[in-house]
Design a protein around this ligand. Structure first.
Ligand SMILES: *Cc1c(COP(=O)(O)O)cnc(C)c1O
Length: 344
């Protein structure tokens, strides 16, 4: 096993982070704040927010079954994805390995950070081979990206294959579980105590219905979280987001109701799609969307768009030719999509 020190970029390991006024004062019962050059008027938004989002993390910890010190909160998961590169990969030297096809941001962030990205194709059932992933690694491979349930295919990646990667790879393994609320399977975030180099991503953007507030989460061992905290912008989660996230986390029952409804609708949609003459295959899914192989995906996509219905055309993605990715909407929205397709 490489030590964390050997995985983190040397400049980041040595970095002394920006120390904000609010970092330096802590724990004391203060009531006069003349330290941060804020305006004393226009409460409550005149003050800088808590840079470590302690109140939000207490609720996230309870909800997700991890410790507050094992949580990083970001401006969407996208911030955590970018931070993985900025903390661990040296531009033009290191590389990362990822399943393919998958979520596009892993590659975009690699390109932005000038880091080599090595895609490893999934099989015809969109399953990963640990052996193939490991064979793509060399001593400059710092990170392996796995998305489960995977986007755009929708399926969970085989648990045993992921464990094989976790056991055999001595760098950072990121498992993006943006859709785990829909899968009904044990999540890998429960394994962060067993694997010190595992980072698990979650988001408020999908099951939690809050894509607009921009809050993503990374769960990992405390030492990794400390490194993320050192590199992130000091006030990366604004007060409005922290407030709204706390409201939601105090009332998770509604989320469960949404998930149940969406899962019911997902079954209905998949059965209905399978019966459409223009649909050749519906792929199994563990997320709030599914992939459907059509007779002519680009033409159907165009037709739907002309009828005011937008789905995702994935037909140019390898292994996804002639595929549309369908997000599950409300019952009414889903029925409108079906009605339009029956008219095609
Ligand atoms: C939608 C999605 C996210 C969410 O990103 P945010 O920046 O948190 O909105 C993350 N990962 C995957 C695989 C996704 O599909």
């Amino acid at each position: 096993m490489r030590e964390l020190k050997d995985l983190v970029r040397p400049n980041i390991w040595r970095l002394s982070p920006y120390s904000s006024a609010r970092d330096e004062y802590s724990g004391h019962d203060a009531h006069v704040f003349l330290d941060a050059n804020e305006n004393p008027y226009n409460q409550p938004y005149n003050r800088y927010p808590d840079p470590l989002q302690r109140d939000v993390k207490k609720l996230v910890a309870k909800n997700k079954g991890v410790k507050p010190e094992q949580i990083f909160l970001g401006n969407g998961s996208d911030e955590a994805i970018d931070l993985v590169y900025r903390c661990f990969t040296r531009p033009q030297i290191d590389n990362v390995v990822a399943i393919e096809p998958t979520y596009g941001m892993y590659k975009v962030c690699a390109d932005i950070n000038d880091v080599e990205y090595r895609p490893v194709f999934l099989d015809d059932h969109f399953q990963m081979s640990a052996q193939k992933m490991l064979a793509a690694c060399d001593r400059y491979t710092k990170v392996i990206w796995i998305c489960s349930p995977n986007n755009p295919s929708g399926n969970l990646i085989d648990h045993d294959e992921i464990e094989r990667v976790l056991e055999a790879f001595d760098g950072i393994v990121v498992i993006d579980e943006a859709y785990s609320d829909f899968s009904g399977k044990a999540a890998f975030r429960q394994e962060i105590d067993r694997y010190p180099h595992l980072i698990v991503l979650n988001t408020m953007s999908k099951a939690w219905g809050c894509a607009a507030i921009r809050m993503g989460m990374a769960f990992a061992n405390e030492e990794i979280i400390k490194i993320f905290n050192k590199v992130k912008y000091p006030y990366n989660i604004n007060q409005l987001t922290q407030d709204r996230a706390q409201e939601l986390l105090r009332n998770p029952y509604e989320v469960q109701e949404w998930v149940n409804l969406l899962l019911q609708e997902r079954s209905r949609m998949m059965v209905s799609f399978a019966m459409l003459p223009i649909c050749k295959h519906v792929y199994p899914t563990d997320a709030n969307f599914f992939l459907a192989k059509m007779t002519d995906a680009p033409a159907i996509y165009q037709y739907l768009m002309e009828n005011g219905i937008i789905v995702r055309n994935r037909s140019r993605v390898k292994l996804c030719d002639n595929c549309l990715r369908i997000t599950i909407g409300t019952k009414t929205e889903n029925s409108q999509l079906l009605a339009a397709l029956r008219q095609y």
